[in-house]
Design a protein around this ligand. Structure first.
Ligand code: HEC
Length: 159
């Protein structure tokens, strides 16, 4: 699976353009739900009301990317490339420094490895591997940020 860097950027670009467009259509309800949910993370609001943390912004991208991946799986397709940007989950700054507990990096690595398994899935294991990836979101959120759990669980596909 050694593809050129250029290809990776093209695919990533396409993915984000898709996410961006999906975002600009009538998805504002979902966005509002995600923002309302984030209030249930039981953390103080950032001092700057516009100041969403790096981690929160990354999570919203992950949420939207997962929604697109769900559509692809339901249509029997799979994204061929790992979204490299998600690697920054380890370093992205959370809203407050208490948010990332000691177990965070373990959950983050487990999520990343599940994404990698998913993007290299054989067709017959697509749904299973997709759901395993979403379970990795759920596992971290159960401990770190229970607010969005309901929305995340909706990403699962009935097997
Ligand atoms: C390793 C732990 C971890 C994993 C894995 C993880 N999250 Fe998160 N997520 C967090 C933390 C911590 C926050 C709170 C971020 C903050 O407030 O800075 C968060 C915040 C969120 C938010 C709220 C963002 C906002 O608007 O404030 C959503 C939605 C979300 N995650 C969805 C997901 C989805 C979908 C996945 C899987 C594709 C996922 N998360 C995987 C830890 C994780």
């Amino acid at each position: 699976m050694v593809s050129s860097l250029k290809n990776k950027f093209l695919v990533l670009g396409a993915l984000f353009l898709f996410v961006f467009l999906a975002n600009c259509s009538n998805n504002s309800n979902k966005q509002e739900a995600a923002i309302a949910d984030s209030a249930n993370c039981e953390k103080p609001k950032p001092l700057n009301p516009n100041g969403d943390s790096e981690l929160a912004l990354l999570m919203r991208k992950m949420m939207h990317a997962s929604e697109s991946m769900k559509e692809m799986v339901l249509q029997g397709n799979v994204p061929k490339e790992f979204p490299e940007e998600f690697m920054s989950i380890h370093t992205a700054q959370p809203t407050d420094s208490e948010t990332k507990k000691a177990s965070f990096d373990g959950f983050a690595s487990s999520y990343i490895s599940n994404v990698k398994t998913f993007v290299s899935s054989p067709k017959e294991e697509l749904t299973k591997n997709y759901n395993a990836m979403i379970t990795a979101c759920v596992n971290c959120h159960s401990e770190h940020c229970p607010g969005p759990l309901k929305a995340i669980n909706k990403l699962k596909i009935n097997e």
